[in-house]
Structures are given as structure tokens and as C-alpha cells.
Ligand binder design. Structure first.
Ligand SMILES: [Zn+2]
Length: 245
């Protein structure tokens, strides 16, 4: 088994939803989780697919993609260790609202819908945490619409990389420019120019799909205001004190 999976323990769960659940709820969930690797490019759900599980990422980035009628796609929201895949379940829905694809490899835990529903019945904190996260995801969805129409490519690339870094365990990760272009609905050449500009500004180092954030603070100076707005409204920022649940 991968060393990351072996090191996962109930006392140090990277996923914030699971980490902030009260101890009795965590004890209930822990043996019911199926934890596995997620790999860049992996399709988690097609749009409209019925949910069989809710998924809690621990490391890596998963994108919710919308598709236009001309079959182009763009990311509506990204999800990492701060959240879960399957937020329509909290709103009474039962199907994926967009294509769900892994953008950066990592690992995540699957929990069946039956176990999730039992968890809701037994532990009020679980529903409250997941609702709180869903609220921050809606803020992200709203900003993604404005961002893609109002802000430039370099700003959007910087913003996306900062959100990704917030969800990863280190400054170094694998991400192709082609995947980033598809995610942001930009041309590959446009993303290449943006990455070159960010490299010249000594904020990132990029080489053949290997990306390193070398100066996070400087990268923030190149990102649009959406990064700070979404970050400040995010579950990670608001849930610093787990006792609120
Ligand atoms: Zn923006």
C-alpha cells in the first residue's frame, strides 16, 4: 500500500470535514471509509450520474466541470481536503451536477450513501459541517462565473494555483499546462504564456508538467481578487475553530 495511505490515521485526518466531526462521529465514520489514490485525469462522475458515495479528498484537487453546448468545458469549482464531492446530496439531490475530474493526483476516502445517511441520523455535527462547506462552495461557484469573464489569464492561472496549493501537502505537484488550459477554458498557448510570465516573476517554477510554487506571497500579488474573496469565505478560513460544530 502507498505510504501516504499507510500514514493516514484517525487522529490526523487531512480532510477537514472528517477532522472537524466530533470524536464519536469520527469513530463511526472511520471503519466505513474506503481510502484510495486518485489520479490526474481520472473521471469521478459524468454529469447527471447518480451518487453512490460521497468522497472526502485528503490530498490532490478535484474539479467540477460544466460543459457548454459546443462541448467545451470549464471548471466551476475545485474541491480538495477542505470539502467533499457530492454537495447536491446535502440539498436533497441525488445526481452529479457536472463532470467531476481529478486535476492533481492524491488520495481520498469514499463513504457509501447508506453510511452517510446513518451518520446524519446519529450525529448532528456531520450535517452541520457539510452544510457549512456547501455554503462556501456556492460562493466559489458564483465567483467562477465572474472570474472567467472579467479577469485575465495570468490572474486566473495564479488564482487556480493558489487554491491548489491550499489543498496540497507541499509546494510541488504535477500538473500539465494542457490540463490547466482545459480546466480554465483557455488555449494551451495562453496558459503557456501565463506560466512563463509567472516564472519570470519568480513566483513559480515549471518544467515538463512539474510545478513548484516558489513564492506564495508574490504569487498572490499576480492573482485576481477572487482568490482572496473565495479563500476568506471558504470553509478552511471559517472553520479554524472546530468547536463551532
Ligand atoms: Zn478572478
Amino acid at each position: 500500500m502507498d505510504s501516504l495511505l499507510l500514514s493516514l490515521s484517525i487522529d490526523a485526518i487531512p480532510n477537514r470535514i472528517l477532522a472537524f466531526a466530533r470524536p464519536r462521529a469520527r469513530d463511526f465514520l472511520w471503519p466505513r471509509l474506503d481510502t484510495r489514490k486518485i489520479v490526474a485525469g481520472e473521471l469521478i462522475h459524468e454529469a447527471g450520474a447518480p451518487f453512490t458515495h460521497v468522497i472526502f479528498p485528503h490530498d490532490g484537487v478535484i474539479s467540477l466541470m460544466s460543459e457548454t453546448i459546443d462541448e467545451r468545458s470549464v471548471e466551476e469549482a475545485s474541491i480538495g481536503r477542505e470539502g467533499f464531492v457530492g454537495f447536491p446530496l446535502i440539498m436533497g439531490g441525488s445526481n452529479a451536477i457536472g463532470r467531476t475530474v481529478v486535476q492533481i493526483s492524491g488520495y481520498a476516502s469514499w463513504l457509501s450513501i447508506a453510511d452517510l445517511n446513518e451518520g446524519f441520523e446519529r450525529f448532528e455535527c456531520l450535517r452541520k459541517i457539510m452544510l457549512s462547506y456547501s455554503q462556501s462552495l456556492i460562493v466559489q461557484l458564483m465567483h467562477s462565473v465572474a472570474c472567467s469573464s472579467l479577469h485575465g489569464a495570468e490572474q486566473r492561472v495564479a488564482r487556480w494555483l493558489l487554491h491548489a496549493r491550499d489543498r496540497m501537502s507541499g509546494d510541488h505537484f504535477h500538473l500539465t499546462q494542457e490540463a490547466l488550459a482545459d480546466t480554465l477554458g483557455l488555449r494551451r498557448a495562453t496558459v503557456s504564456e501565463a506560466c512563463s510570465a509567472l516564472s519570470r516573476a519568480n513566483t513559480i517554477h515549471y518544467s515538463r508538467g512539474s510545478l513548484e510554487i516558489v513564492d506564495r506571497a508574490a504569487l498572490q500579488d499576480h492573482a485576481c481578487s477572487c482568490y482572496r474573496a473565495v479563500h476568506d469565505a471558504s470553509f478552511l478560513a471559517r472553520s479554524g475553530d472546530a468547536a463551532i460544530f
